[in-house]
Design a protein around this ligand. Structure first.
Ligand code: ZN
Length: 151
């Protein structure tokens, strides 16, 4: 039997000693950062399972702010995870990468309450034009919650 908790390292963000697995991966119980070699080798990219880059996390940590993605980071993470979610006013929305019948990549916004699906041509189309009711998502992003990947 392998004991996953026998490895220790210092959290990349808060520097406290944490338990990690054999691959030196693990979630920090102090600051919440998921320590992962992919992020450590590429501190400016968003790598599974985090939603922001390591450098952004360090910056937010130094300011005492939570590790929440802005809309650009959410969209960047979408390309890594293919399927993301967020909630707004108690309703969950799924954001997915899908291929249409012409095999073109689209971003689909799915309202779990109304079951309505809206398609966008790409990152900029989604970022600038995606709406919830009469409100642009980019304008209300700070009020969204439960941003996470779905797979
Ligand atoms: Zn930490």
């Amino acid at each position: 039997m392998k004991n996953d908790k026998k490895y220790k390292k210092n959290c990349e963000v808060c520097n406290k000693t944490i338990d990690v697995d054999i691959y030196k991966q693990g979630k920090c119980p102090f600051c919440g950062w998921w320590n992962c070699f992919l992020n450590e080798e590429n501190p400016d990219i968003i790598a599974i399972p985090n939603l922001i880059s390591l450098n952004k996390a360090k910056h937010l940590f130094s300011e005492g702010k939570p590790f929440e993605p802005n809309l650009d980071e959410f969209i960047e993470a979408l390309h890594g995870y293919s399927e993301m979610q967020f909630a707004y006013n108690g309703i969950y929305y799924a954001v997915e990468l899908v291929y249409d019948e012409n095999k073109e990549l689209k971003i689909r916004l799915y309202n779990s309450h109304t079951k309505e699906k809206t398609f966008f041509k790409g990152d900029n189309d989604f970022k600038n034009n995606a709406k919830i009711g009469d409100e642009y998502i980019k304008d209300v992003w700070k009020q969204t919650t439960d941003r996470f990947w779905l797979q």
